[in-house]
Ligand binder design. Structure first.
Ligand code: ZN
Length: 253
């Protein structure tokens, strides 16, 4: 009798799970491109995530930024970053400060486009690959190593430091320096650091998420894993993780 009861329970449970899980699987497959793995829909940080090898618009934790907050359509951020940004935006607006997102998430494929265009343009002037990479790295990250892969980082208002040094730009920067931390935002590329990209007064990171990602990169991202674009072989020689990924303002790490 017990055996029969057990067999019947197993039978009904399998029917139940078949009915409930089958449709979900179908939705999952139709909504996600085949290269996006199951774990990308969850919170866990992986090497694929850190190196931007996913499609943010199909990632469950990303949302599109309303045009009100950005200078273009279709920009994407992690939900948590976006919620925090909206609060900061409202507070700034009350004081007559207009924050506009110019760039948000850029995945590996997008960054590869930027990098390889610069790589090809500089080829006639700079033959040495390491010197050429260094030149690009003044302002642009190597694919796989950009904080813009993470959905935690934004570029605000203007892509020139000079803009933030006088007039309305200075008012924005002064406001951010005073208030951004309250909303979780930190400027990773400050002046006077010993390594990494030049100062960027427009680039801000949402620390509650990105701190963990920086720590993950420190532990797990190896230069040897960086590949798939022209000039990738320079990553090892440039010690790109230590000097660039971790070469940030210590308040953001
Ligand atoms: Zn940026």
């Amino acid at each position: 009798m017990r055996k029969i009861l057990f067999a019947a329970t197993v039978f009904f449970l399998s029917l139940f799970s078949f009915r409930f899980f089958k449709p979900n699987q179908t939705i999952h497959i139709t909504e996600m491109p085949s290269n996006v793995s199951e774990e990308m829909t969850q919170k866990s940080i992986t090497i694929e995530y850190i190196t931007g090898k996913f499609e943010p618009k199909f990632h469950a934790n990303f949302v599109q930024i309303d045009r009100k907050y950005a200078d273009k359509d279709s920009l994407l951020l992690r939900k948590e970053t976006y919620e925090a940004f909206k609060k900061m935006y409202a507070a700034a607006e009350k004081e007559g400060i207009k924050l506009t997102i110019l760039s948000a998430t850029r995945n590996f494929a997008y960054q590869k486009g930027i990098w390889e265009r610069k790589w090809a343009n500089l080829a006639p002037q700079i033959a040495d690959p390491v010197a050429r990479a260094k030149n690009i790295l003044q302002f642009s990250a190597m694919p796989s190593t950009s904080r813009h892969h993470w959905g935690t980082d934004i570029d605000l208002d203007n892509l020139s430091n000079a803009y933030f040094e006088k007039g309305p730009g200075k008012r924005i920067y002064d406001w951010m320096k005073k208030n951004a931390a309250q909303y979780g935002f930190c400027q990773p590329y400050t002046a006077g650091r010993v390594a990494g990209y030049n100062e960027e007064k427009w680039h801000w990171t949402y620390l509650p998420l990105s701190k963990e990602m920086t720590e993950f990169a420190e532990k797990n991202l190896k230069e040897e894993q960086i590949s798939g674009f022209n000039g990738a072989e320079t990553a090892v020689k440039l010690n790109i993780v230590k000097n660039y990924v971790l070469g940030i303002n210590h308040d953001c790490y």
